[in-house]
Design a protein around this ligand. Structure first.
Ligand code: ADE
Length: 238
């Protein structure tokens, strides 16, 4: 699965530039029985299988000798992933992402060897791998020198607690829809304020939860107040 990262896109570029290194460890290699079994039925009954503790524990103990950094277990019960968590992860030289299959892993592995449990959203995947891949890609694009333009990572949705504004490229009119004229004005200050107003309008209509406890600048607060009082600030209304 992880070839999707190492062989494609910005994560592939990061691997080539030696800014990202992904090593996959297979718990099956840490089994001692002839069937190399990593799963078993849950105590107390119920559907599905669980990952047995011993192979995972042996694997994680070996990893601990070879690497540094926290062990993060991907599960729907975890702390929700957000951009500030991604930013914190991007400062770590190394991390271990533990991916469960089946119904999850034996709780005692989490108790004894996991530093943080992380969820990528309120839905259930068949395994932690896609979650791990989401973290790896989100973290990789914050590593200096990976994105062509480091500024674009700073300007993303969420990096300043607001959704991103809309973007336009050529042609100037597409299916009779023109590019907002302010973007053709060449007036960088007007453009900056238009984009900020757009970000705030969008955040307010699509994700008001983000505005509640966000750390807005004075300029952003004033713009938000103007929008709330119905004042005409330069942005298309949603
Ligand atoms: N594994 C299964 N579902 C998951 C989710 N929503 N987030 C992280 N890991 C998972």
């Amino acid at each position: 699965m992880f070839l999707a990262l190492t062989d494609f896109g910005i994560t592939n570029q990061a691997v080539l530039k030696k800014k990202l290194d992904i090593q996959c460890w297979n718990p099956r290699d840490f089994t001692l029985d002839k069937h190399r079994s990593v799963d078993d039925r849950p105590y107390g009954g119920g559907p599905g299988m669980l990952m047995k503790p011993e192979p995972l524990a042996r694997c994680l103990d070996e990893l601990k000798r070879a690497t540094t950094g926290p062990v993060i277990y991907l599960s729907p019960q975890g702390e929700p992933l957000d951009q500030s968590m991604v930013r914190d992860f991007s400062k770590l030289p190394e991390m271990t992402l533990l991916c469960g299959r089946y119904e999850g892993v034996d709780e005692r592995v989490i108790q004894t060897r996991v530093d943080l449990e992380v969820s990528i959203g309120d839905y259930v995947l068949a395994g932690g791998e896609l979650g791990a891949m989401v973290i790896i890609e989100a973290v990789t694009r914050l590593i200096p020198g990976v994105l062509g333009n480091d500024l674009s990572a700073q300007q993303d949705s969420f990096s300043g607690q607001l959704l991103d504004c809309s973007h336009y490229t050529m042609p100037e009119v597409f299916e009779s829809l023109p590019v907002p004229p302010v973007l053709l004005s060449g007036d960088h200050e007007r453009i900056r304020r238009w984009r900020l107003a757009e970000s705030i309008t969008r955040t307010r209509s699509r994700r008001p939860d983000l505005l509640v406890d966000s750390k807005l600048s004075n300029e952003q607060i004033n713009l938000l107040k103007s929008l709330e009082s119905g004042m005409n600030v330069e942005s298309k209304d949603e």
